[in-house]
Design a protein around this ligand. Structure first.
Ligand SMILES: *[C@@H]1O[C@H](CO)[C@@H](O)[C@H](O)[C@H]1NC(C)=O
Ligand SMILES: *[C@@H]1O[C@H](CO)[C@@H](O)[C@H](O)[C@H]1NC(C)=O
Length: 152
């Protein structure tokens, strides 16, 4: 029994060595295919055609399917990056809760003038050349997902 335990440990050790070597080969590939790397985050822009566009809730569930979530925008640079080359509206992780604009992590929107007056039932889309617009959360839109890059 002890010796089979030893053999097992040895095999696990070899397996670990192998995983580490495969991992380092892949290290440059911080995002999965079709996702964009920017500042240690991976973004996916879902250019869904009209029949595949989703409500805010549905689109967020789609991001979850990739272990990702909507984008929470932390800086002016990120705000600009997201709106580049994307004319129509894309859902972001901002919606009205109890009369206030709230990010999906529960934080308040820090910069009020980035979007209009909050009304319940409204969610935010990012639109190129326009910035953010407040639309009904039940509208069907394109969306973007974001997650941490694997190794940068
Ligand atoms: C996300 O939505 C796209 C476009 O509708 C679809 O092709 C894909 O299968 C969905 N992925 C998940 C994980 O729900
Ligand atoms: C991230 O996006 C910004 C804004 O478009 C750009 O200036 C910056 O170079 C990008 N960074 C990387 C690492 O691609």
């Amino acid at each position: 029994r002890n010796s089979s335990c030893l053999v097992l440990s040895f095999l696990l050790f070899i397996l670990c060595l192998w995983l580490v070597s495969v991992g380092s080969e892949r290290q440059r590939k911080a995002c999965q295919e079709d996702w964009l790397l920017n500042e240690s985050n991976c973004y996916e822009i879902h250019d869904a055609d009209p029949s595949n566009q989703k409500t805010w809730e549905e689109a967020r569930a789609n991001c979850s399917g990739y272990n990702a979530d909507f984008v929470i925008v932390h800086s002016q640079e990120e705000k600009i990056m997201l709106s580049e080359n994307h004319e129509s509206g894309y859902w972001i992780g901002l919606r009205v809760e109890n009369g206030r604009w709230k990010w999906i992590d529960g934080s308040d929107l820090a910069v009020d003038f980035w979007i209009g007056t909050p009304f319940d039932g409204q969610c935010a889309v990012s639109v190129q050349g326009v910035g953010w617009r407040s639309v009904s959360c039940a509208d069907r839109k394109r969306w973007t997902c974001k997650k941490k890059a694997l190794c940068v």
